[in-house]
Design a protein around this ligand. Sequence first.
Ligand SMILES: Nc1ncnc2c1ncn2[C@@H]1O[C@H](COP(=O)(O)OP(=O)(O)O)[C@@H](O)[C@H]1O
Ligand SMILES: [Mg+2]
Length: 221
Amino acid sequence: MDGAHINWMISSIHEELLPKLQIQSVDPKNPVSVHFVPKPWRLVGTGNYAAVVYHPDYPDQVVKIYAPGRPGFEEEVEVYRRLGSHPSFSECLYASDGFLVLKRLHGVTLYDCVHLGLRIPQQVIKDIDQALDYARRRGLHPHDVHGRNVMMHKGRGLVVDVSDFLHEETCSKWNDLKRAYYWLYRPLLTPLRLRVPYYVLDIIRRSYRLWHSLASRYLGF
Ligand SMILES: Nc1ncnc2c1ncn2[C@@H]1O[C@H](COP(=O)(O)OP(=O)(O)O)[C@@H](O)[C@H]1O
Ligand SMILES: [Mg+2]
């Protein structure tokens, strides 16, 4: 993206997007609520901190906007600075005032793959493992790597959300996801070609969180 284009995009973000966009973080443990996205911007996805949108004239970039009151914007900018350029990660092209312009990753989150019944090859898991090793070599701590934060594109793995990679405490989510992939997904879901409805995925997500908080409180891990 050349300088003129990015300037156009940034003025459009300030003049058309930010004044009208309505996002709210109702509960920090669940994705933000997006009440309104001004035309022609379109919603790409939501996370617990932010909403991600794109403009049809700039289909290779997305804008990630932090919900008011949600922390982490400066940290995410710093993580992208340390990551530099790597095929499994996005790149930050511009950041200010609680929003980041990121290279768009075209892909489907692994969470949506399970929902849609798309087969996830092992290469995807290996790519993500290698990407996380690369991040560690750059002095980062992969954190919060779960099914909505990783994607599959043309059979390769991508890491879409790096916002918590400065947090030093260990996070077992990626190892747990890998365990579920090798013990449940490959032997059971793949041969049956099962699609898992969103409400079941949501029950799994909530049970996982409950199990984790109980295990850390009562069993010490
Ligand atoms: N660079 C990107 N390219 C394409 N889609 C993205 C990109 N960044 C985020 N998304 C989409 O937006 C969703 C929310 O973004 P994410 O960075 O995970 O937000 P949060 O930090 O709030 O969890 C992701 O699950 C993904 O679907
Ligand atoms: Mg996320």
